[in-house]
Design a protein around this ligand. Sequence first.
Ligand code: SF4
Length: 341
Amino acid sequence: MAKEKLYGKTLNELIAVTRKLGMPGFAAKQIADWLYKKEIGTIDEMTNLSKKMRELLSNDYEIGLSNPVSFMQSSDGTKKYLFRVLDNKFIETAFIPDNDRATICVSSQAGCKMGCVFCMTGRQGFQGNLSSNEILNQFRSLPEFRQLTNMVYMGMGEPLDNLTEVLKSLEILTGDWGYAWSPSRITVSTVGLVTSIIEFLEKSRCHLAVSLHSPFDEERKKLMPIQKTNTVKEVLDIIKSFDFTRQRRVSFEYIIFKGINDSPRHVRELARLLNGIRCRINIIRFHSFPGSDLSSPGMEATIAFREALNAKGILATIRSSRGVDINAACGLLSTLEQNKT
Ligand code: SF4
C-alpha cells in the first residue's frame, strides 16, 4: 500500500499522526520543524526523534517530495517546470526572476472546470484537485526554492475551487511552525467564486487577485462562463465589505483583447465599477495559442488603455510579458506532455 505523505500536512494534521502512532505530543512540532525549516528529504534524518519513533513513522509515512520531470527556460530567465501529479497528469509551475524579486507561480488543480475561453488549461477540462502536498511540492522542489521571495497561485486551475487544500498550503507557508512567510508575499487569484472568496478572506491574510477581463455582464459571460452564476457585482460587494486598507491588497487582472475589451467604453465602466475600492488593475497582454481567435491589441493600444484608466483615477499597470518564447500561455506545456503520454 502506498505510504501517506508527511510533507504538506499542517501542524494539526501532524498532531493527529503522532497521536495515532502513540508518539509524545511534542513530536508533531519536531516533525514540522524537520519538514518545513530544516528541509530534510528522509524520515531517517529526523534525528531528534528516537530510532523507534522514526521506524514507526516510516512504516506508514514518507516525506513525499518529487522533482519536476522537465523544464524549459526562456531567454528572459523565466522557467517553466512540469510536475507529474495525481494519476500521471501534468501541471506547470513558473519561476519568474525580476530584479530583486523571484516569484513562483503555482498550480492548484490539474486542468480546470472554469472554461475561460482565453485559457489553454480551461480547454483541458478538469482532471483533479491537487493536494496540499502537490501544491507545496512545486515550491519546495523548485531548484530555485531558496531564492524565492513571492508566490502567486495563478497557475493551472482555480485556487478557490480547491479551497481546503489551498488554505492548508497557505497555513504551512505562513505558520510560525511552517515556512513563516508573511502573507503579504502571497497572492491567490480567482475568477470570483462568491462563497469561497468569503471563506478565503476570513481564513487567510494573503492578497487577492480577481480575474475581471470585462466590466460588462454579457461580454464577461462570453469570456468567462463563471459570470453566469457568480457575477462580478456580487464579488465586488464582498470585497467592499472587507478591510483592504492595511497590509492586504486586492487587485484585478485584466487580459486585454483586441476589439473585445479595449475601448473607452470599457475604461468608463471599469472606473464606475471599481469606484471606492482601493485596488490596482494589472493589464496583461494576451499570448495567443493554437486554436484561439483572440488577439492582443498591441503595445501602443495597451499603453493608451492604461493611461485612460490612470486618468480616471484607477491605478493600472501593464504586467510585463515573461517567457513568451517558451509557450508561457498557461496550460500549453502540460497539454503537449499529456498528448505525448
Ligand atoms: S483562466 Fe484560470 S480559472 Fe479560467 S480556465 Fe484557465 S485556469 Fe481555469
